[in-house]
Write a protein that binds this ligand. Structure first.
Ligand code: ZN
Length: 876
């Protein structure tokens, strides 16, 4: 455990590294409790860092130091010192070879940072600061070095992998074996990886645009070997796409992916050896849902794209994390949009941003895309750095256009290949390649919070001119009271009374990107015979909130006519949002609840519209989530939100029963599974209809769900039916179905995780008691992050109704789990506590109960740095 009150690290304190490491030679002798690590480093004084020979400071955590040698001579203990979290060595010359031997215990490493064991397999996770748990090293991304790695292990671990190309293998005299890997590209330590285990592999190959042959391998346990085909297909698509869209080719002879069961994140882009959470790589139609298929395609692509945006050009320091993550999330989002439905992908990304990222912006941990300070960098792998960071890159793309953006990315990669750079360098390359000035735009990197645009308009009948006035503001965030105006690209269309896009300028463009740069700004358009209706922020062209006083009629009109698919969906969301707001108000005032008939009719016409992509229809039929409603509320009244939404769903289902049933029957086809976009779209609409039908709790509807569950040939249909039953079915039948499901799939880790999360996420049956029972289930394991996410995470993040029980028992439960987890895995504990940190936004009684739970975590004893940072900041 680290100290209870950790230090804060500031961006303004950045200093160049005192020493550079030209080459790193690592030698591992693997043992569960006593792995020996020998590292040989070619060290050189950094000429840019100043004169003299200061001591060499190396990071190291939980290491047993055995020896230190310089140029082949043992260094006496008087010339080095073990300091907190590292080693300080006296230096006598500007260049030397340092050899350090140390011992580590992978078996006892439950933090899953550094080298650890997962189901009898050795693996590593070094980003951000895990390498210091392997050996003493300048563990910072701006020290880039060429790595050679030798792994020695008993024969029971036949597969020994590391970064780069294999250069040697053989046997040792005592009957073990070894493999040596050499990575020709200099890289920071966070990209180092090692894997050893009894693994099987599937192999394929890829020919790059310039004709080079690359071997592709996916490694997994033997039982999962049949679940790798989709990941392999996705990898090849991603390699092709990066060549076509960014002109980037792969650069080693081999690219490997390994699936690991115990993993804190989704996946890790280690050079040439990506390590994946099993849940993000393994899939078959029988065991994985459509959502999983799409997630795998996106994550495989994301990690692959990092080879250029992250590995070849890396971050100077961790404040620049969004340099690689924001850019790479933007790249993978565009890839997914090209492979599937662009509008639906955009709706999904924006929904995530609006619920989770906007909430982050409004909470105690709010920070800019490039933070100014942190206590524990693991806490800054946030939606702000990733998703909002991607929106910032998307805005540059919008401002420069596809061609200009490509010129900028080409210059960025050429100029900085092999370097560790900053967000500033990225923006500069975009400016230089296009001859534009993005000075004001840079505020997106330094100012936190979600900007708000208040839009009003007027029309002058005599002259036919139309005026749009835009006021921007941004609420204060911790440490940033006043904000300067942002540079916001506002994509605009104007609709005629016939629902057609009107020309906005002399060139006849029907869509313009307005450059909003001032606190208040006016835009003039002319030549209209009548007042047009604005379609604002098309495609969600900036991560902001737009306020415009639309009437219900106008929103219905946009839902039907807007040529921008995203805004069609958004108009429906605004309409539903207003209806749900009224229901909440009525609920609080004890009035009888009644759903606005316009909303019912709007949903009916969407459902009957056969010209729309069924996936878009499914999205348009979904009411805003409880989290969205909570995020938008001034003060969160959880009970009113839950009751209003429940009522609206039920009322819609009753009113649309015939149409829902008709669509369900039409789309329920008996054909073999394929993860192609068109099929996924049909299944998503079909299962949306099924879920609505079951919300009526009619016996007929539940019978449909039961039949679909009994006969389903793919996991998408099976899980959707089971979810509907769990939410609305009769208790005895539900228990029987859950039991049948578990018996059939109990040997499949990913399906068991899905089985857990269906129960913990269910508003109806996912009561606390059930969640507690699940934690005692033999398949549950507190040491495994996927199981924690499936049971406790699903309850805290996705079960709005049960987590917010009025007696506060949901909060207490989560607080207790956070305390227990912090002793095993601080990163996961610090993530799990997040839903409790928003107590200030809640109505007083519930908010106070939330605060007390948080206080109980604070008082529970010595916390890890990860957890301490989140809890202390949110109690302030
Ligand atoms: Zn990433």
């Amino acid at each position: 455990m680290k100290d209870a009150q950790p230090n804060t690290v500031y961006l303004k304190d950045y200093k160049l590294p005192e020493y550079l490491i030209d080459s790193t030679k690592l030698h591992f002798e693997l043992q569960p409790k006593g792995t020996l690590v020998k590292s040989q480093l070619k060290v050189r004084r950094n000429p840019a860092a100043g004169a003299g020979l200061p001591p060499l400071l190396l990071d190291g955590v939980e290491l047993e130091l055995l020896s230190v040698s310089i140029d082949g001579q043992l260094v006496p203990a008087s010339r080095y010192q073990e300091i907190p979290a590292g080693l300080s060595i006296e230096v006598e010359k500007p260049e030397f070879e340092l050899e350090i031997c140390n011992r580590i215990s992978p078996e006892n490493n439950t933090s899953l940072e550094g080298l650890y064991l997962s189901n009898g397999m050795y693996c590593t996770q070094c980003e951000a600061e895990g390498f210091r748990k392997i050996t003493y090293y300048p563990d910072r991304p701006d020290v880039m070095s060429k790595f050679t790695t030798t792994i020695v292990a008993p024969r029971q671990y036949p597969v020994l992998l590391s970064n780069g190309n294999e250069i040697e293998r053989g046997a040792t005299e005592d009957g073990r074996h070894f493999v040596t890997w050499e990575d020709p590209f200099a890289k920071p330590a966070y990209l180092f990886a090692l894997v050893a285990g009894d693994l099987q592999r599937v192999e394929d190959s890829y020919t790059t645009a310039s004709g080079r042959q690359v071997t592709l391998q996916i490694y997994t346990e033997a039982k999962n070997i049949g679940k790798c085909a989709h990941a392999m297909r996705s990898l090849k698509k991603a390699m092709r796409w990066d060549e076509e869209v960014y002109g980037r080719e792969y650069d080693l002879d081999i690219f490997m992916i390994v699936a690991v069961d115990h993993f804190n994140m989704g996946a890790m882009e280690n050079k040439g050896l990506n390590i994946f959470n099993s849940a993000c790589v393994l899939a078959s139609p029988e065991t994985a849902t459509d959502a999983t298929f799409q997630r795998i395609e996106a994550i495989v692509a994301h990690e692959y794209f990092h080879n250029w945006s992250g590995n070849r050009v890396t971050c100077r320091d961790w404040f620049q994390l969004s340099l690689k993550e924001g850019f790479t999330v933007f790249r993978d989002a565009e890839f997914s949009a090209d492979m599937n439905s662009r509008a639906v992908k955009r709706i999904e990304d924006v929904s995530l941003l609006r619920t989770q990222q906007f909430a982050e912006d409004a909470g105690p941990m709010a920070h800019p895309v490039r933070p100014d300070s942190y206590m524990e960098i693991s806490n800054f792998y946030t939606l702000t750095v990733y998703e909002k960071g991607a929106e910032v890159v998307r805005m540059i793309h919008t401002l420069l256009g596809a061609e200009g953006f490509r010129k900028g990315s080409d210059l960025y990669f050429d100029r900085h290949d092999g370097q560790a750079v900053t967000c500033e360098d990225f923006v500069k390359a975009m400016e230089d390649a296009n001859g534009v000035d993005l000075t004001q735009f840079r505020r997106w990197y330094s100012q936190a919070g979600t900007p708000v645009l208040d839009v009003t308009d007027s029309y002058d009948e005599a002259s036919g001119s139309y005026t749009l006035t835009v006021r921007q503001s941004c609420p204060p965030t911790p440490g940033q009271k006043e904000k300067l105006p942002f540079h916001i690209p506002l994509a605009l269309g104007l609709l005629s009374a016939e629902g057609k896009d009107l020309p906005l300028d002399e060139a006849g463009n029907t869509q313009l990107v307005l450059p909003v740069t001032e606190a208040e700004q006016t835009f003039h358009f002319s030549g209209f015979a009548e007042k047009p209706l604005p379609s604002l922020l098309r495609g969600f062209s900036a991560p902001v909130k737009v306020r415009y006083d639309y009437s219900s009629e106008q929103l219905l009109f946009l839902m039907r006519n807007d040529s921008d698919a995203f805004n069609r969906w958004d108009a429906g969301q605004r309409l539903a949002f207003a209806a749900l707001g009224q229901l909440q108000k009525d609920y609080r005032n004890g009035k009888t609840l009644q759903l606005q008939p316009e909303l019912v009719e709007a949903y009916r016409s969407v459902l009957r519209n056969r010209d729309l992509d069924p996936a878009l229809v499914a999205k348009m039929l979904a009411l805003p989530s409880e989290q969205t409603l909570a995020e938008e509320a001034e003060r969160i009244d959880a009970e009113a939100i839950i009751e209003a939404r429940k009522f609206a769903r039920h009322a819609l289902a009753e009113a649309l029963k015939e149409d829902l049933l008709e669509s369900y029957r039409r789309l329920h086809k008996d054909k073999p599974y394929s993860p192609e976009a068109a099929d996924i779209a049909e299944r998503s609409l079909k299962n949306t209809c099924l879920d609505y039908l079951c919300a009526t709790e009619d016996a007929d509807a539940l019978l449909l769900a039961q039949q679909q569950f009994d006969k389903a040939a793919n996991m998408t249909d099976c899980a959707a039916a089971l979810a509907a039953l769990v939410n609305y079915g009769n208790e005895t039948d539900v228990d029987k179905s859950l039991e049948t499901f578990y018996e059939r799939w109990k040997l499949d880790t990913q399906v068991v995780e899905l089985w857990f999360s269906l129960q913990s996420g269910s508003a109806r049956w996912g009561t606390l008691e059930r969640v507690q029972t699940l934690m005692a289930h033999p398949a549950f394991e507190l040491k495994n992050p996927n199981k924690v996410r499936a049971v406790i995470g699903a309850f805290a993040n996705r079960n709005f109704a049960q987590f917010h029980r009025t007696d506060g028992s949901g909060f207490e439960f989560v607080a207790q789990q956070v305390i227990a987890l912090d002793k095993l895995n601080p990163q996961i504990a610090a993530r799990l506590v997040i839903p409790l940190t928003r107590w200030k936004k809640y109505s007083s009684a519930l908010g106070e109960k939330m605060r007390q739970s948080l206080e109980s975590v604070m008082q529970s004893g010595k916390l890890s740095a990860d957890l301490y940072e989140v809890v202390s900041k949110s109690l302030q």
